[in-house]
Design a protein around this ligand. Sequence first.
Ligand code: NAD
Ligand code: LMR
Length: 335
Amino acid sequence: MPEAIRVVVTGAAGQIAYSLLYSVAKGDVFGKDQPIVLVLLDITPMMGVLGGVVMELKDCAFPVVTEIVATDDYDTAFKDADACMLVGAMPRKEGMERKDLLAANVKIFKGQGESLNKVAKKTVKVVVVGNPANTNALICSKHAPSIPKENFSALTRLDQNRAKAQVADRVGRSVGDVSNAIIWGNHSSTQYPDMRHATVKIDGKAVPVHDAVKDDNWLKNEFISTVQKRGAAVIAARKLSSAMSAANATCDHMRDWWFGTKPGEWTSMAVISDNNPYNVPANLMYSFPVEIKDGKWSIKGGLAIDDFSQEKMDITAKELEEERDAALVVVGDKK
Ligand code: NAD
Ligand code: LMR
């Protein structure tokens, strides 16, 4: 058996974590042969609830979990961490945009960045889920300068999964037949879900999504807006933000980062935009198509960007610049 890895889940007493912990502890993310020390972080008033989550995890008797640590202390949680899923943050309510959470949430990610900087492994892989996820991830990374920027990311896999599901429904195929959807930019209502390079398997052949859908107007309008607003639609229906699908996407994101993407396929991750091949401004956590090998992502280059796509990519980049500048003020950093 390999040595146990330390996997940290923050917001561990919350909604998303309740699904996420089940999958991680079952071995669905790091593999069924990888022992795990499961580290659960939440705030002090939630320690009682977290105790109940620990009881349930124990009662699941998952063989890969060698130890469970429940704590409200950042340095205890992040000590020697190998993988962190930073979920803990306030969710939005009906009528809010995710960036309205910035003032409440971004300071959490400054503090956690500082702790990661001090005590985590320099190879740690961090995915930020708590909203506004891209900007929180950027702030977290800025406060952990001893860890490579490439080790920080934010979740846009939920948006990618949503985009694939919409297209699969539209063409009457299974979602597993749809490949290479892209989410560009921010996990927000300015994101650009792009199917121009995606394919759907029909009779064993990879057909471009545009040819299969045969409705450019739908792809350019209703499809984009449905994916952009899906989080809000779930909140309106459930009166709570998405949890099962968010947890599932977090697992998909980390599993691909850990084990790699399939040859010829890419996935969407918000990563540092420095030196990207699409002229997106530097110093943003911007979602790109990435290929992953040996635990390292690289942005898939060479995809043709037409005027329609360029305009959408610029809009979401501009929003990320505004969010970053606002966040830097909130945490008291210089622009
Ligand atoms: P929740 O309110 O059910 O749980 C959040 C938990 O985080 C709570 O237990 C809370 O006590 C804890 N927490 C707060 N501050 C913390 C801190 N400093 N350290 C550790 N834990 C802390 O919320 P949820 O539904 O689980 O959502 C969590 C976050 O994920 C929200 O910000 C939500 O908007 C976001 N989200 C993101 C995506 C995405 O795709 N990126 C999808 C769904 C939800
Ligand atoms: C989502 O996309 O479901 C989450 O970001 C929650 C939200 O606020 O929409």
